[in-house]
Design a protein around this ligand. Sequence first.
Ligand SMILES: *Cc1c(COP(=O)(O)O)cnc(C)c1O
Length: 400
Amino acid sequence: MAPSPNVYDAEPIPQAARAEIDRLLNSGDLFRYTAPEDAPVALLEREFAAYMGSKYALAVASCSAALFLSIKALGLPRDARILIPAFTFAAVPSAVVHAECRPVLVEVGDNYRIDMDNFRARLDDDIDAVLISHMRGHTSDMDAIMALCDARNIPVIEDAAHSLGTTWRGRKIGTIGRVGCFSFQSYKLVNAGEGGILITDDADLVARAVIMSGAYEHNWKKHPVLQDAFARWQNRLPLYNTRMNNLSAAVIRPQIAEIDRRVRDGRRNHDHVAARLNGSPWIDVPDALPGEERAPDSLQFNLLGMDDAQVRAFAAAAGARGVSVQVFGLSTDNARAFWNWKFLGPQPDLPKTRRMLSRACDTRLPARLQQRDLDFIADALLGAAAQTMAGQGEALAFGT
Ligand SMILES: *Cc1c(COP(=O)(O)O)cnc(C)c1O
């Protein structure tokens, strides 16, 4: 049997990063605010903002830090209620709690996107802000979300950690809400080990976020933002010191030129495997919404007609065939299952999201995989489903 593809390693970091890292190591100039201008972090902010078509960018330690600063920069009162999808990573409700606000969870449907009926209902429940987590890069109906929020003057933060390169009706995800946040953690499209960035066109918001990220004293003068916005906030905001360092920026900058290719490769890989899986009666890869162009680097699919025991048997069979599958809602202590977010205290149940999570599978599918890797993965998943459900076809046909 061919060896199973390695789905954990990222792509090599472009050669151009090496010379720059060497230069930084030689000079010891690792702190973003030491150089009078053009520090690697400042250049990254300029280049990322230009790539996204946004006015301002602020690079920080992680996407979670970017989300936390975005919430703080909205200037909401303590205990403000922030609507978030119930299908997201535990770091998202954590950022809300860190900002001394309260997450309000909204149902997510079988297609991994926000349930708009539930969203509409919850939005009138004293909501102060909305944080849309485009989980695993799946985009919810941003037209409907923005129309509903704009009508109520509710600010929208986009958690685009896993959505770099995704577009919604031609607009880049992360540029639709008031502020968009991205991750450079190794499992995302651009890899610096750790790191995050927020983008916005709102000068006052970014000025507050810059100061709180740790631009103490007059370091804000090294950010190209309307300087009167900074002067207004001098000494009025706490310093959370969650900056990015120059080495991370040196690793990220040469990857910006790779984004478009990685997006194309990731989409090609995903669509090839998805089409093959959709040939199985036991597997469904939900369609993207019309208007959404995805940039996937992993694959999610739902198991059909299986009970819990069969779902577990499927995951074990796939593992035996060399492909690791995580069922979000059945693996122990999964950080994407809302009932494991015990730090939130008691929460109302979300039966729709719970049902989805108990059948939704997660498989890594990095953009660098080759055709034979993709077919290995598709064969393993199709084989595991057929093996698990052998003899079940007739039973289904007779409705038993
Ligand atoms: C990875 C991820 C995060 C957290 O990003 P960090 O940079 O690790 O803090 C948040 N939200 C989503 C949807 C993610 O995929």
